[in-house]
Ligand binder design. Structure first.
Ligand code: SF4
Ligand code: MG
Length: 324
């Protein structure tokens, strides 16, 4: 099927002034030359440690951050350079669910007005129709219409995240970026929220970019998974392929940290402990950014940056090992 999203050479640098972070100047290369596509209706999991640039990638795609360079093609249109006004119809189609359901909801607004706000911004519904929609949205996410008059503090974390999801769905988007939507929730309710997101995806034909630090969680819900390290996309593949045949040393280390429930599972390798420091994303070193922690690092890894290459059937890896 058709690509809904095509990201190429995406960069997001944050300039740093003198005196900050040990007096160096330069750019924090939060996202550096990231390229991937997403098909309509698929879920792409994006994983990596905190600070690897996965959230910044998501936020730059929907232009909450201005891209430093690169292309963002959404449904055939390059949205990277559109004015805020031109962007409005695309904003309606691309919505975000945030990590922290405590911080992302305005505590002074009723839940009804929180969900209704995007309807107002996009001029979608007023009066009774607006109220009906809000009630339907609350029911869609497993809450009651009566909850519309209450305030966020009256809800549990899981319920607040449901409100965040209802708000994202209000404008009937086709693309949703879920930025660690369950990380802040109790383990006991994480599965409920994930199941609801999957259910909504099927019913509404949504496409998800699902950001997480936990590979075991995205494995279950993703069609494909991308792994980021220090601003770079280092590997991307179909979910099973990545899980059972990881090729990048960093992906192998992340996977080795997942406990194996089934002793006969194909994943028999023991845990790989990553040693060495993570370099600063401010003016990162030449060569491979993972080399300070990589047990396979070679001379070439100091000099040349590995490029993302297709090793077969859309499995792409950025590592000099695959060139040998
Ligand atoms: Fe390790 Fe070199 Fe591959 Fe980087 S390019 S992951 S340092 S082997
Ligand atoms: Mg984040």
């Amino acid at each position: 099927s058709k690509n809904l999203l095509e990201i190429s050479g995406l960069k997001k640098y944050f300039p740093v002034k003198q005196g900050f972070l040990g007096s160096k100047t330069g750019n924090v290369q939060a996202v550096d030359d990231v390229t991937f596509t997403m098909k309509k209706g698929e879920t792409l999991g994006l994983v990596g440690e905190s600070g690897c640039g996965k959230s910044t990638t998501g936020r730059t795609i929907i232009r909450l951050y201005e891209p430093t360079a690169g292309q963002i093609i959404f449904d055939g249109q390059d949205i990277g350079k559109l004015s805020q006004k031109q962007l409005l119809p695309y904003r309606k189609r691309m919505q975000m669910i945030f990590q922290d359901p405590y911080a992302s909801l305005n505590s002074r607004m009723t839940v009804g007005d929180i969900i209704g706000e995007p309807l107002d911004i996009h001029g979608i519904a007023k009066g009774n129709e607006r109220m009906d929609r809000i009630h339907n949205l609350l029911e869609t996410v497993g809450l009651s219409g009566d909850h519309a008059n209450r305030y966020p503090h009256e809800f549990s974390g899981g319920q607040r995240q449901r409100v965040g999801i209802a708000r994202a769905l209000a404008v009937e988007p086709d693309f949703i970026i879920a930025d660690e939507p369950i990380s802040a929730l109790d383990v006991s309710i994480q599965a409920q929220v994930v199941n609801m997101l999957e259910d909504l995806k099927d019913k509404r034909g949504l496409t998800y970019l699902f950001i997480a630090h936990d590979l075991s969680m995205v494995k279950h819900i993703s069609d494909r998974i991308g792994v980021m390290y220090l601003g770079k996309l280092v590997e991307i593949a179909g979910s099973d392929e990545l899980y059972y045949k990881p090729q990048h040393p960093y992906t192998q280390a992340l996977l080795s940290a997942i406990p194996v429930a089934d002793p006969d599972s194909a994943k028999k390798s023991s845990r790989i402990i990553l040693e060495g420091d993570v370099p600063s994303p401010l003016n990162p070193p030449l060569g491979c950014r993972f080399r300070s922690r990589c047990r396979y690092a070679m001379d070439i890894c100091k000099e040349a940056e590995p490029v993302l290459r297709d090793v077969g059937a859309g499995h792409c890896v950025a590592c000099h090992l695959i060139d040998r």
